[in-house]
Design a protein around this ligand. Structure first.
Ligand code: CA
Length: 177
């Protein structure tokens, strides 16, 4: 009888240990999974246009990784404006954040330069890339959302400015003479 009880006790202990180990392993695996519920990548071209965060003006989803690559005509510079911007506020943009990069003409030349890293609600205008490509990312974490943003881009025409300056100087020279 004592032997039977001992066997039952050992069996119960073994089962409990196995269950605990399984639960711990599953928990660790799940916590380390990179959960991306929403992934989106957009390629935008043209010298002007608009884009919004997912679901805008309703709240953006949790666990989203989105990107927008804007390419305008050669010899122009991209100018970006957030006409509306409302993200979950977090310290050092750890929870939800928007990053704006200027992209060099050749990816091998250098890494994209981050122009802005924003998570505070507000108005952001005249974000300018030196060049005709700009890359915008939205990262959101697992909880807490907000309406997000609406943005528009336009161009600064480098060639046009050079022409205007040359003409102005030429006219100035003629007038002086
Ligand atoms: Ca969030």
């Amino acid at each position: 009888m004592v032997e039977v009880v001992a066997v039952i006790v050992v069996a119960v202990v073994v089962v409990v240990v196995v269950v605990v180990v399984v639960v711990v392993v599953v928990t660790v695996v799940v916590e380390n999974l990179v959960v991306v519920a929403v992934a989106c990548a957009y390629t935008l071209t043209g010298n002007a246009g608009t884009f919004q965060s997912p679901n805008y003006p309703d709240n953006y989803p949790n666990n989203a990784e989105c990107s927008w690559l804007i390419t305008t005509e050669p010899d122009t510079e991209v100018i970006l404006e957030f006409t509306a911007f409302d993200l979950q506020t977090s310290r050092r943009c750890r929870d939800d954040a928007v990053s704006v990069y200027q992209v060099p003409s050749g990816f091998s030349e250098s890494l994209p330069l981050r122009l802005r890293h924003i998570c505070e609600s507000g108005s952001y205008t005249n974000i300018r890339a030196t060049g005709n490509r700009m890359y915008i990312t939205l990262h959101t974490d697992g909880n807490g959302t907000a309406p997000g943003f609406s943005a528009q881009w336009s161009i600064f025409q480098v060639a046009a400015v050079v022409v205007v300056v040359v003409v102005a100087v030429a006219v100035g020279v003629v007038i002086v003479e």
